[in-house]
Design a protein. Structure first.
Lengths: 179, 68
């Protein structure tokens, strides 16, 4: 549909015409905000924070531990050179031999969810399975961030994003076109 | 010739070149969800008159659901 529209615009004399071929499906899947009547409900993207630390698979645990400690985090996402999630480091993995690499102690293939899903059903599932957090990725597996159940519940209860994530630049409610 | 772009290129055009983003889906779908500040001009209504609301001095980016 959009290729025909772009072609028509050129026929009508427009000289600077672009076609975003992946369309709104791609936009939503990446977690970017939309406007409209269906977006009155909270989505996963609305409670996803992008500031979770990442590390490459070959980084020694000692170095990961130092970085996480300085940043005040206890978990780290192991990503490849394209930002695709390949594993996750839990606190207990951090307590192993510091010379081992992230890949050797990570949980491979952690559960992930998409940013355009509805938030309430996800929180309900997390409650049912007693899951405190979950990674959020694009359909291609690229990391977007992490969703903490407790933060999501505060959002669903009506607390403002600015209050929940007041110390986090780029967090929900402080969106910028940086993707 | 029309240039196809991806999401990161779109974001740059929106942020730095004040691009006009046009949703060409039917009006009902636009009402349900559209990109921030997108203008609705359904493909079926594309005429010289309907697109006259667009500036010819700024880039125009069109999109639909997924290009099909």
């Amino acid at each position: 549909m959009s290729p025909r529209a772009a072609c028509r615009l050129e026929q009508l004399g427009f000289t600077s015409v672009y076609d975003y071929v992946d369309g709104i499906a791609d936009w939503k899947a990446s977690g970017l905000p939309t406007e409209g009547t269906t977006d009155q409900k909270q989505r996963v993207a609305n409670a996803t924070r992008p500031d979770i630390p990442t590390c490459p698979p070959d980084e020694p645990i000692d170095e990961v531990r130092t970085r996480l400690s300085a940043a005040g985090w206890e978990v780290c996402v192991v990503v490849d050179c394209d930002g695709v999630v390949i594993g996750r480091l839990h606190q207990i993995a951090m307590e192993t031999d510091g010379e081992l690499t992230a890949e050797q102690v990570m949980e491979p293939g952690p559960t992930t969810v998409r940013p355009d899903g509805l938030l309430q059903p996800l929180v309900d599932r997390m409650d049912h399975r007693d899951t405190p957090d979950v990674l959020v990725t694009t359909p291609q597996g690229t990391l977007i961030g992490v969703l903490f159940r407790d933060e999501a519940k505060r959002l669903l209860a009506g607390e403002s994003p600015q209050q929940i994530w007041r110390d986090c630049d780029g967090c929900p409610g402080r969106w910028a076109a940086t993707t | 010739m029309v240039t196809t772009i991806d999401r990161s290129q779109l974001l740059r055009l929106m942020e730095f070149e004040d691009a006009q983003v046009v949703d060409v889906l039917p009006g009902r779908e636009y009402e349900e969800a559209h990109l921030p500040d997108a203008i609705s001009i359904p493909l079926r209504e594309f005429t010289a008159e309907s697109v006259s609301i667009l500036s010819r001095e700024k880039p125009v980016v069109v999109y639909c659901h997924d290009g099909l």
